[in-house]
Design a protein around this ligand. Structure first.
Ligand code: NAP
Length: 313
């Protein structure tokens, strides 16, 4: 809402402030479109929760995830993007300008770039929800510190599980990775680092069936999928890294999505409605890297610029 109580009318509205959203804002700002970014809950998106990012080009020593997010923001703002600490809750894409309701006010947008990212998946086992924040966590950078000299379990077998597990070895006395298969999905370099780390050990072919504890996590109930054996494994904490679900519920019924909820886009980042573009993990279940999300964001802003130019002709 502007000072007259009317919805703010903007040329480009960017939803989300991860690498995709802030790169889109940078490009739209340099095209003099004065984009507004609604940050969502986490400025910098999921990348900001990563302790060190070692594979974003230009930072040979690595860069802190939060620091990289701040640099993206500063660069976009330098060229005229406005970054609002606000979260969109409702959209109406039935006609242009698109209507977007956010906690802090309403927007009318001539074009929309959706970069709302994805959230970590849950195990959906008894005890998980009740003990979240009391030993159950989905973010090593946020909560690793609380497990100084404690026993920690990581669930998952992908890059996130091993990378975050290695990070937690800074604090924990031991890190046990529990994976439902016998082969990791993670990249070979992480597998070598993890398996060679003296604090890390591994339990394969096993799933967690319950998180056990009264005030805080005390143990996990485990089931071996090969033998059917059930055991109880004592631990002070459990970090769950079993993939993500895109934050696209708001667009259901208004945009085409795949069966997992990722927004369908064409090779020009365009979603199923003209003037709506999507970038980053809201539309990409495959690459999910900071560099690929940033590239998608830049491409979405270039296409939004072309779209608005064509409308003006
Ligand atoms: P992911 O690659 O999808 O791996 C998820 C892991 O969780 C898999 O090992 C999967 O087992 C397991 N899993 C899924 N559902 C489960 C359940 N209900 N119970 C138990 N285990 C379950 O997810 P990610 O590790 O978050 O990585 C996502 C993407 O980001 C990937 O493309 C990855 O390369 C990328 N990434 C890259 C870096 C990096 O380059 N440094 C860091 C982090 C993430 P299965 O293997 O049996 O399916």
């Amino acid at each position: 809402m502007n000072s007259n109580g009317n919805a703010n009318h903007v040329k480009v509205l960017v939803l989300g402030s991860g690498p995709a959203g802030l790169s889109a804002a940078l490009y739209a700002a340099r095209a003099e479109l004065a984009p507004v970014v609604l940050t969502g809950i986490q400025l910098g998106g999921q990348a900001a929760l990563t302790y060190t990012i070692e594979n974003y080009p230009g930072f040979p020593e690595g860069v802190g995830g939060a620091q990289l997010g701040e640099l993206f923001q500063k660069q976009a703002e330098h060229f005229g993007a406005k970054v609002e600490f606000d979260t969109a809750s409702e959209v109406d894409l039935s006609q242009r300008p698109f209507k977007v309701k956010a906690d802090g006010g309403e927007y009318l947008a001539d074009s929309l770039i959706i970069s709302t990212g994805a959230d970590p998946n849950k195990l959906k086992v008894p005890g998980e929800e009740e003990l979240t924040g009391r030993g159950v966590s989905y973010c090593a950078t946020c909560d690793g510190w609380f497990f100084k000299d404690k026993k920690v379990v990581i669930v998952g077998g992908g890059d996130s599980a091993l990378e975050e597990g290695l990070f937690i070895t800074r604090y924990a006395s031991s890190v046990t990775v529990i994976h439902r298969r016998a082969e990791f999905r993670a990249s070979p370099i992480l597998q070598v680092r993890a398996t060679e780390h003296p604090k890390m050990s591994f339990i394969f072919d096993t799933v967690v069936t319950e998180v056990v504890g009264k005030e805080k996590v005390e143990a996990l109930r485990l089931k071996n999928l090969k033998t059917g054996d059930e055991t109880v494994f004592e631990t002070d904490g459990v970090f769950i890294f079993i993939g993500h679900t895109p934050n696209t519920q708001m667009f259901k019924g208004q945009l085409e999505m795949d069966n997992l909820g990722y927004i369908k886009i064409n090779d020009r980042m365009q979603a199923s409605k003209a003037g709506v573009f999507a970038a980053g993990e809201a539309a990409d279940s495959h690459f999910r890297q900071v560099v690929t999300s940033a590239g998608m964001g830049a491409a979405a802003a270039i296409e939004a610029t072309h779209f608005l130019e064509a409308q003006a002709d």
